[in-house]
Design a protein around this ligand. Structure first.
Ligand SMILES: [Fe+2]
Length: 308
């Protein structure tokens, strides 16, 4: 989906190497994923650079800014420019002194996990189990595991609008008016059943705090107007109004659509990568191939509208 504007920007001598160069953008994947260059987030971003980032995010759904050197305060200041930051209601792993950021990590210090170790094991979009799911996620790589000199612990993104557009017409017609239930309790139960739960089971109070919610099976992107598939393997428990057999069969078909490689961009992390993704436009999956090799990232969530 690279445009002539992108090609012109990528080819511009002014974006060749100097960090102070004008912003540039380079497509990385099939309709989603782009590297944004020439922006030093820690140095502060002016209105035109922020508009450039927002435009790239709207066009590519996942953007990567490499080589960033950020304090937690820098990441928070940047994230606030994208909207209202979510201060987690279920966050035992906040960055100390910064409740807006959570630690995603497998590191154990003094017998205590320092971060969430089991995030993203199934395809999902962040916080879809809330009435107002996260619009954007801002994830910053501080410690990236390697094997034989190559990064491991990739994150895979799949285009929820590309996946919807490619569905057969009869399936599209069938699903556009349906709603589905998203359930945090069901998500934790799926992890427990798969022996992948690396946190305590939900307490009754936590369950009460996060009741199941219904969202459209196909939501409309609030900025681009694209139709996006909005059922996820991680958090969607049922299609509203269908019996269990029909609901399971339809969910399986839609989850398989998201899993198709032609809609995906796979990100291979480097320390200093700052990734912003659009949770309406993409689903994502973490690759757990690094075992105990230390991995540490800081995550911020930006609240979004009620899906429609
Ligand atoms: Fe996630």
């Amino acid at each position: 989906m690279e445009t002539s504007l992108d090609r012109a920007r990528s080819a511009s001598p002014s974006t060749a190497s100097a960090p102070a160069a004008a912003p540039g953008v380079r497509a990385l994947g099939p309709g989603i994923g782009a590297e944004v260059t020439g922006i030093d987030v820690g140095a502060g971003i002016d209105a035109s650079a922020m508009a450039f980032i927002q435009d790239a995010l709207n066009r590519y759904s996942v953007i990567v800014l490499r080589g960033q050197d950020l304090t937690p305060a820098d990441q928070i200041a940047f994230s606030r420019r994208l909207g209202e930051m979510r201060t987690s209601f279920y966050n035992r792993y906040a960055v100390p002194g910064h409740p807006e950021l959570s630690v995603v990590s497998n590191i154990v210090e003094n017998g205590q996990a320092i971060g969430i170790a089991d995030a993203g094991m199934l395809w999902h979009t962040d916080a879809s189990y809330l009435p107002t799911p996260d619009m954007y996620t801002v994830l910053y790589g501080l410690e990236i595991p390697q094997r034989d000199g190559q990064p491991i612990g990739d994150t895979i993104f799949s285009s929820s609008w590309g996946a919807f557009e490619a569905l057969p017409a009869d399936v599209k017609a069938r699903i556009v008016t349906l709603r589905a239930t998203h359930s945090f309790a069901d998500h934790i139960e799926k992890k427990r059943r798969a022996n992948n739960l690396k946190r305590a089971p939900l307490t009754a109070a936590q369950k009460a705090e996060l009741p199941d919610v219904d969202h459209p099976v196909v939501r409309t992107h609030p900025v681009t107007g694209r139709k996006c598939l909005f059922v996820t393997e991680g958090h969607t428990s049922a299609i509203v109004g269908l019996d269990a057999g029909d609901s399971d069969a339809l969910l399986k078909l839609l989850w398989e659509q998201i899993r198709k490689p032609e809609f995906q961009y796979r990100h291979s992390w480097k320390k200093g990568d700052l990734i912003v993704w659009d949770n309406c436009a993409v689903q994502h999956l973490a690759v757990f191939d690094y075992g105990d090799t230390p991995r540490r990232l800081h995550r911020a969530g930006i609240a979004g509208p009620v899906p429609y």
